[in-house]
Design a protein around this ligand. Structure first.
Ligand code: KIV
Ligand code: NA
Length: 270
C-alpha cells in the first residue's frame, strides 16, 4: 500500500530519535529484497555506472540511464523512500536544467526525492528544485562526480580549513532546503561536527558512527562487486562467490546429465 511509504517529513523527524538506513538498488528484483529488508531509503545511485555498467567512474552515466533504473526500482519498492541520484552535468550547467532534470526523476522515474553533489556551488539549484516541490538530498565530502578535481577517491576534510568549509556547506545546504545530507569519506569527528551543526539528518558513508544514518552500495554490502573494497564497507555476505558456485553446480549437472531430472521434465523419455 502506497500510504505505508516512508515520507520526507518522516525522515527529517527521525533525527535524534532513531538511526536511519539507506542502501542503493538499481533494478526491480534487488529493490524488492532491499525494501523487504526494511531500510528507510533506497538510493538509485549513479554508482550504477560502476557496479551495473562497468564504467571506471560515475561521470559517463546519462539521465536516460538513471531514469531507466529508477523506474525499475520504483516498481519494486513499497515502503522505502526512493531517491534518484542526479548524474554528472544534469544540474551543474544551469538552474532551469537542474529543475527540469530533477522533475524527471519524480515524473518519469517515480522517485520521491533527488540527490545531488556539492555545497556552495549548487545552492541556487537546490533552492529552485525544492521550490518546485521536489525534495533534495545533499552530498558532501568525497563527491565522485568531482573526481577529476579531487584527484582520486580520497578522504576529504582532513585539515581544519577543509573541515570548516564542509560545516559551512552543510549549513548552507540545510538552509537552502535539503531534507537530508549524505557525508562521504570524511573524518568521523568532522561528520560529528556537521551532524551537530545542522537540523537535518546526516547519512554517512565512510563518515563514522556519529551520523544520523548510514548508506552503502548494495553490491559492496552483499559482496557482488569485487574490483575493490573501500575501508568503509562492511561485507555482510559473499553473494558473488555463492552465485559463481550456483552457476558452476548448474553447469556440472547439465554436463553430467543430472539436470534436468524427471521432476523438471514434461512427459517421459523411453
Ligand atoms: O551513487 C551512490 O551510490 C552514492 C552513495 C554512495 C551515497 O552516491
Ligand atoms: Na552517487
Amino acid at each position: 500500500k502506497s500510504d505505508d511509504r516512508i515520507t520526507v517529513p518522516g525522515i527529517m523527524a527521525a533525527k535524534g530519535r532513531r538511526k536511519l538506513t539507506m542502501l542503493t538498488a538499481y533494478d526491480y528484483c534487488t529493490a524488492r529484497w532491499v525494501d523487504r529488508g526494511g531500510v528507510d531509503m533506497i538510493l538509485v545511485g549513479d554508482s550504477l555506472a560502476m557496479v551495473m555498467l562497468g564504467h571506471e567512474d560515475t561521470l559517463s552515466v546519462t539521465m536516460e540511464e538513471m531514469l531507466h533504473h529508477t523506474r525499475a526500482v520504483a516498481r519494486g519498492t513499497q515502503r522505502a523512500l526512493v531517491v534518484g541520484d542526479m548524474p554528472f552535468l544534469s544540474y551543474q550547467v544551469s538552474v532551469s536544467q537542474a529543475v527540469e532534470n530533477a522533475g524527471r526523476f519524480l515524473k518519469e522515474g517515480r522517485a520521491q526525492a533527488v540527490k545531488l553533489e556539492g555545497g556552495a556551488s549548487v545552492l541556487k539549484q537546490v533552492e529552485a528544485i525544492v521550490e518546485a516541490g521536489i525534495p533534495v538530498q545533499g552530498h558532501l565530502g568525497l563527491t565522485p562526480q568531482s573526481i577529476a578535481k579531487l584527484g582520486g577517491f580520497k578522504v576529504q576534510g582532513k585539515d581544519e580549513e577543509a573541515a570548516k568549509k564542509l560545516v559551512d556547506d552543510a549549513i548552507a545546504l540545510s538552509q537552502a532546503g535539503c531534507f537530508s545530507l549524505v557525508l562521504e569519506a570524511i573524518p568521523a569527528q568532522v561528520a560529528r561536527r556537521i551532524t551537530e551543526a545542522v537540523p537535518i539528518p546526516t547519512i554517512g558513508i565512510g563518515a563514522g558512527p556519529a551520523c544520523d544514518g548510514q548508506v552503502l552500495v548494495i553490491h559492496d554490502l552483499v559482496g557482488l562487486f569485487d574490483r575493490f573494497l573501500p575501508r568503509f564497507v562492511k561485507q555482510y555476505d559473499t553473494l558473488g562467490r555463492r552465485l559463481e558456485e550456483a552457476v558452476s553446480r548448474y553447469r556440472q549437472e547439465v554436463e553430467s546429465g543430472v539436470f534436468p531430472g524427471p521432476e523438471h521434465s514434461f512427459g517421459t523419455i523411453q
